[in-house]
Design a protein around this ligand. Structure first.
Ligand code: PMP
Length: 310
């Protein structure tokens, strides 16, 4: 019997766990932005927690279970501006861990509801100190009672970038049949850049890595860090990328709106920053194969003011 065209060729097997759904995200071609078809985007909202951070957090938890630093009686603790927290809460719920998260108070009510729905215990920190205030509070809690917690410490834990070395990098290599010439990545912890970048360079040292940061210390690019003015992540290497680009928050908003209108993709603000940078790289390299990463879904950002200006 022939299969109707709408039916997928492969159906996932029964009995998969939540964590089996992490990774193996689609690579989309953004033809509506670049007609000559050399710009591709990794759709990270396909992860079960709707962001790329599922990969890093699952890597951190799996490694901690393996080396014994995380056992059933410990509380998972970390500082996070959002997506990492959702990933911890989601995987924690599925694997029976208690999760305590330090989060800057400015986070949207929807984000807090998601975290609480998934059972996380949220500690709000000074909004004016952004993610650095949350990091300082998590460090304090851990220092006060180290036996009580497994401190995931996404900013220094090497399992973060290794998750991208093991999954994100190989997927991009295979999905482009090794033809990728440029990888354009936003940085927060820099786990994605360092891990995926290191893997891709190991396959082809000529691949150019483009690091995307906010263009100023005061920005609305959630999940991203302006490295010159923030606590620098432990494994971040300022000399690692071949090119660095600073993106304005307004430019990112515009690309988010355009992605929804032109491609039907509702993505987060850092995805707009990634696209803004990737469009320049694709225009400068018409014969290249440019890949960028769209880190999360836009659903969590629908209360942002920029949507009202359309
Ligand atoms: N965009 C968003 C929305 C994020 O949550 C993050 C993670 N902080 C990033 C980009 C940057 O990813 P990474 O931590 O791997 O540098």
């Amino acid at each position: 019997m022939t299969r109707p065209a709408s039916q997928p060729a492969t159906i996932p097997p029964i009995g998969q766990n939540l964590t089996d759904l992490i990774g193996n995200t689609p690579l989309l071609r953004l033809d509506r932005f670049v007609p000559h078809g050399n710009l591709f985007a990794k759709a990270e909202w396909y992860n079960p927690g709707q962001s790329i951070k599922d990969r890093a957090v699952w890597g951190i938890i799996r490694e901690a279970e393996r080396d014994g630093s995380l056992s059933g009686d410990k509380i998972i603790l970390d500082a996070t501006s959002g997506n990492t927290g959702i990933a911890y809460a989601m995987i924690g719920a599925a694997r029976d861990y208690r999760v305590r998260l330090c989060i800057p108070a400015g986070v949207t009510p929807t984000r807090l509801k998601i975290l609480r729905a998934l059972g996380a215990d949220v500690i709000l920190t000074d909004a004016a100190q952004f993610s650095d205030g949350a990091i300082i509070e998590a460090r304090r809690l851990y220092a006060d009672d180290p036996d009580r917690y497994f401190y995931g410490d996404q900013y220094t834990n090497e399992a973060n970038w290794r998750a991208h070395f093991d999954t994100t990098g190989p997927e991009i290599h295979d999905q482009t049949q090794g033809r990728i010439t440029h990888l354009v990545v936003t940085v927060g912890t820099s786990g994605t850049l360092i891990g995926a970048g290191r893997y891709l360079k190991s396959r082809n040292p000529r691949i150019e890595l483009v690091e995307v940061q906010p263009d100023s210390p005061f920005h609305g690019l959630e999940g991203m860090k302006h490295m010159d003015s923030a606590i620098v992540p432990g494994f971040y290497d300022p000399g690692f990328a071949d090119v660095k680009m600073g993106i304005a928050t307004e430019a990112a908003y515009k690309c988010v709106v355009d992605l929804a209108a032109k491609e039907g993709l509702l993505v987060g603000i850092s995805s707009g920053a990634a696209l803004s940078a990737a469009l320049d790289v694709a225009a400068e390299n018409p014969d290249g194969v440019v890949v960028t990463i769209l880190p999360d879904s836009g659903v969590k950002y629908l209360s942002e003011r920029f949507w009202d200006d359309i």
